[in-house]
Design a protein around this ligand. Structure first.
Ligand SMILES: C[S@@+](CC[C@H](N)C(=O)[O-])C[C@H]1O[C@@H](n2cnc3c(N)ncnc32)[C@H](O)[C@@H]1O
Length: 283
């Protein structure tokens, strides 16, 4: 790709693209980030041979193939930071306290299906972490129908999740036991083993528009961590309403440690665990 310094983004161009991004994807681009946005978008302008950010905005919004461009755009602006076993205290709560209680509830209801969603799953580390914890718990060994679905808006990270090959930083918090048991070494790094793959799948979706055409089985648990920090209050409310509609009665919601539902909704009851808050949908 030919390189040249990106031109300045005019205030009006920034306003239009910023508003479009919040309205369409829920994401808030901080004020004053014109330079950052210009640098991210300029190579794409060059590829498309567009002369200004205003032209790019029109292309994003009105071009016949604008939906295809949304996928490019979102890959350029999202923060996809993630790694296995992120926020361990919360994951311990999930594995040691939540799963046994959920199993007891499911058995009482003669229901041996478990459905977990990871929304904003990025390149899949959260999905595979939950799968490892489920299998490692030994609680759902026989005749259980398990499915963990990762959803993200960015097709590039989803392709990585499907490939399931990871290196270095992705493992920064992974206990070695889990690497030995659930990965096999390959030329490019470490690949998730089939026992994890079998219970995981990935799907492209915009959390503002869920459930969309997703399989509409109610979810027992939704993880949505480190995503809503990039959303404004109106869109957080919209997403939480979607989650409430997708969860089974008494279904559980895990948010990132910097995210909270206080002042957002009264549809959930916060459950306080050591090192973690989990939200239960009101019956
Ligand atoms: C910082 S990552 C969080 C990954 C993982 N949940 C974790 O905590 O490690 C945020 C992810 O949310 C996704 N995302 C942002 N807006 C979204 C939207 N409207 N719908 C679905 N995914 C979205 C981004 O593409 C990105 O991969």
């Amino acid at each position: 790709m030919e390189y040249s310094a990106s031109p300045l983004m005019k205030p009006e161009e920034f306003r239009l693209i910023r508003e479009f991004t919040a309205e369409r994807f829920g994401l808030v681009i901080d004020l004053g980030k014109e330079g950052y946005l210009a640098a991210r978008l300029f190579p794409r302008l060059q590829e498309l041979r567009l002369g200004s950010f205003a032209e790019y905005y029109s292309y994003l919004k009105f071009a016949p193939r604008s939906t295809e461009e949304h996928a490019h755009y979102i890959s350029l602006i999202t923060n996809n930071e993630t790694y296995f076993f992120r926020e361990m205290a919360q994951l311990s709560t999930f594995a040691e306290l939540v799963l046994p209680e959920l199993k007891a509830r499911k058995i009482a209801a003669a229901d041996k299906r478990l459905r977990i969603l990871s929304v904003g799953c990025s390149s899949g580390e959260e999905v595979y972490t939950l799968a490892m914890l489920l299998l490692q718990s030994g609680l759902f060994a026989w005749e259980w129908d398990l499915r963990i679905t990762g959803i993200d808006i960015d097709p590039q990270v989803l392709a990585k999740a499907e490939a399931g090959v990871y290196t270095g930083r992705a493992f920064q918090s992974t206990p070695p036991l889990f690497i030995d048991r659930y990965f096999r070494e390959c030329e490019q790094g470490f690949q998730v083993r089939d026992q994890l793959r079998k219970i995981c799948n990935f799907s492209r979706g915009n959390m503002l528009c869920l459930p969309g055409d997703l399989d509409s089985e109610p979810a027992d648990i939704i993880f949505c961590r480190n995503v809503l920090i990039y959303f404004d209050e109106g869109n957080i409310k919209r997403v939480i309403d979607n989650f409430a509609a997708m969860l089974a009665p008494e279904g559980l919601l895990f948010l990132g440690h910097a995210e909270s539902l206080s002042r957002i909704t009264s549809q959930f009851i916060p459950l306080l665990f050591p090192g973690a808050i989990v939200y239960r949908k009101k019956p």
